[in-house]
Design a protein around this ligand. Structure first.
Ligand code: ITT
Length: 203
């Protein structure tokens, strides 16, 4: 039977992406909800790494599987790296991304392309059943476009443009986004740790 990873997230989009990125691992990947774990985790760290570890440790206390957590967000250089660790909470958790994205574009009104640089950051934390942990960080560099574009992805994808493609990450097919994204990079780094850590096999 496959080993289990519990992914400590309530975000279905992150769940979809980890399943795509880890499809070659001989692990069954369960969301917190699928594992029957209900927790309200307070993310009061000041860095992506701290918050990822807070989430992974909280869930690890409730099970003896490998637990992974992702804390991620968008850093816009012109806005002093806002919204950063507050990306999910920016303008309120319940505010739509249509509104959040329009607001960020508006805050960059008149700012030339070379000053619109931004990056997605993703810290992935793992807590292993033996109590040890590991945190890695993946990033992708880009810039904030002048208008939202694309129907794929989620969150801030429609305003985050990548130079190599000349389009937003919401315009990329899921496999292409995962190949270059902050989450893809972080989760691939963690794959090596998972393999090192125990007797799992890649198909
Ligand atoms: P969990 O804490 O339950 O995992 P969350 O959505 O609250 O879910 P975060 O606290 O890590 O997750 O907030 C990350 C936010 O950053 C997320 O809600 C998006 O708005 C944004 N974000 C992260 N990765 C992104 C991506 O690949 N594309 C677009 N936006 C992204």
């Amino acid at each position: 039977m496959a080993n289990k990873i519990i992914f400590a997230t309530g975000n279905q989009n992150k769940m979809r992406e980890i399943r795509e990125i880890y499809q070659d691992l001989d692990y069954e990947i369960l969301s917190m909800k699928e594992a029957g774990i209900e927790l309200d985790i307070v993310e009061d760290g000041t860095t992506f790494e701290e918050n990822a570890l807070i989430k992974a440790k909280a869930v690890a206390q409730c099970c003896d599987a490998v637990v992974l957590a992702d804390d991620s967000g968008l850093e816009i250089d012109y806005l002093n790296k806002e919204p950063g660790v507050y990306s999910a909470r920016y303008m309120g958790e319940d505010t739509s991304y249509e509104i959040k994205n329009a607001n960020l574009i508006q805050r960059l009104e008149g700012v030339p392309k070379e000053q619109r640089t931004a990056r997605f950051v993703c810290a992935v934390a793992a807590v292993f059943p033996d109590g040890t942990n590991k945190v890695v960080r993946g990033t992708i560099e880009g810039y904030i476009g002048y208008e939202p574009q694309g129907e794929h992805g989620f969150g801030y994808d429609p305003i985050f443009y990548v130079d190599a493609y000349g389009c937003s990450t919401a315009s990329l097919e899921p496999e292409e986004k995962n190949r270059i994204s902050h989450r893809g990079n972080a989760l691939r780094m963690m794959k090596d740790e998972l393999k090192k850590h125990e007797n799992i096999s890649c198909k």
